[in-house]
Ligand binder design. Structure first.
Ligand code: NAD
Length: 381
């Protein structure tokens, strides 16, 4: 069976869905691997390294996809490129299933079987395939590193002969995978760190990393975590209480790292314009939620801006893509683990039993139909 690795087409996408290490293992499974020329260029992987690992370098996407039964990508390919994928082929990618209305039925119509990696259940058995975790962890690290670079004072307390530089105060909003890594990174750099979240479990995790917890705790937060581990969308009454607390918290900090997301919905707006206006000049807000609408009302998605009162807001899209080498390496391993877990050694082909919890959670389309429970209605529409 032939497996194609596509070069990403979307702006700001620097990652690649395979590395020489995973190509070697894919070849070991009995696959013929075709990598589109230049696929790894932005992740510092020359074509020659893929070739040395056993891949055929295809001149373009048509050549890579010709006859491919499995396709690996980071983002969902655009419609024109999807038209080149064989009906019945298995496509592993971050499908963006919630982001684009009409996408899921259109993909089903094209006959591609899509494993939407962002829908993977957050269960122990799936941890090593969990692209949201592998990428969010790196995004959290990168957010702090970029905040530190943009902040003109430094993170640790520095006692010098010329005087003392005080430590930076960092506030992390959302203590999931990205937020916890942001806390750990900011602590390693010597900042004084605090954080907030709505899920009750997050409080202890924040404290275990040496940060202090600042947050509303009420009956609603006690039930804020869904069975899938995600946060619920909070009520207007909660948002009011949270806004009052944030109004006195945000301005006391030099750096605010925003990571709060609600699966399948727009990100909650937690840092309002007046809160930004109350921050000191030179403060930095990093909004990892920018692509989902932003946790900060003043964020401009895809851009770095400075507000009239001198606050820098980094609202880049695709934070994992800003650390492309590590992000590609972990993403590629996530996909390899998925394929090897669901691999029929005799047939040398994927085997995806639809009774398996992971398969049920991750498969978006199969055999020309929408199969994921959360998107069945999109097919009828
Ligand atoms: P996420 O990216 O969906 O959200 C980031 C954080 O924002 C979450 O902690 C969430 O609670 C928080 N948040 C949402 N709305 C908020 C609001 N209004 N105010 C403040 N904070 C808000 O989350 P994630 O990082 O993907 O993690 C989601 C869950 O999955 C966590 O419970 C995590 O521990 C769990 N998880 C489990 C596994 C596993 O067992 N395999 C793997 C990874 C993550």
């Amino acid at each position: 069976m032939r497996l194609a690795v596509l070069k990403e087409r979307r702006a700001s996408e620097t990652r690649v869905a395979a590395t020489p290490e995973t190509v070697r293992k894919l070849v070991g499974l009995g696959l013929t691997v075709a990598v589109e020329a230049g696929a790894g260029a932005q992740a510092s992987i020359p074509d020659g390294d893929f070739a040395a690992a056993g891949a055929e370098i295809a001149a373009d996407d048509s050549a890579a996809l010709a006859g491919a039964g499995v396709v690996l990508a980071v983002q969902m390919p655009e419609p024109e490129q999807r038209g080149k994928i064989l009906r019945g082929a298995l496509l592993l990618c971050i499908a963006g299933a919630y982001g684009e209305p009409g996408l899921v039925p259109s993909v089903a119509d094209s006959g591609i079987d899509v494993a939407a990696m962002e829908l993977l259940p957050r269960i122990t058995r799936a941890q090593s395939m969990d692209v949201l975790s592998s990428q969010a962890n790196l995004a959290g690290y990168r957010a702090v590193v970029e905040a530190a670079a943009a902040f003109q004072r430094g993170f640790p307390m520095m006692m010098t002969a010329a005087g003392t530089v005080p430590p930076a105060r960092v506030f992390v909003i959302g203590a999931g995978v990205a937020g916890l890594q942001a806390i750990a990174t900011a602590r390693r750099l010597g900042a004084i760190v605090s954080a907030t979240d709505v899920r009750p479990a997050a409080k202890e995790e924040i404290k275990s990393l040496g940060a202090s917890f600042v947050g509303v705790e009420d009956a609603e937060t006690a039930a804020a975590q869904t069975a899938g581990g995600y946060a619920r969308e909070m009520s207007e009454a909660f948002r009011q209480k949270q806004a009052e607390l944030m109004a006195t918290t945000v301005g006391k900090n030099d750096i605010v790292v925003c990571t709060a997301l609600v699966m399948g919905r727009r990100a909650p707006v937690i840092v309002t314009e007046p809160m930004v206006a109350a921050m000191k000049p030179g403060s930095v807000i990093v909004d990892l939620a920018a692509e989902a609408g932003g946790n900060c009302a003043a964020t401009v998605a895809g851009e770095s801006i400075t507000t009239p009162n001198g606050v820098k807001i980094l609202g880049y899209r695709n934070w994992p893509g800003r650390i492309a080498v590590a992000a590609s390496s972990l993403y590629a391993r996530n996909l390899l683990t998925f394929l090897t877990t669901f691999w029929d050694k005799e047939a040398k082909a994927p085997k995806l039993p639809d009774t398996d919890e992971i398969v049920k959670g991750v498969m978006l389309t199969r055999g020309g139909r929408v199969v994921h429970a959360q998107f069945l209605s999109s097919q009828a529409a």
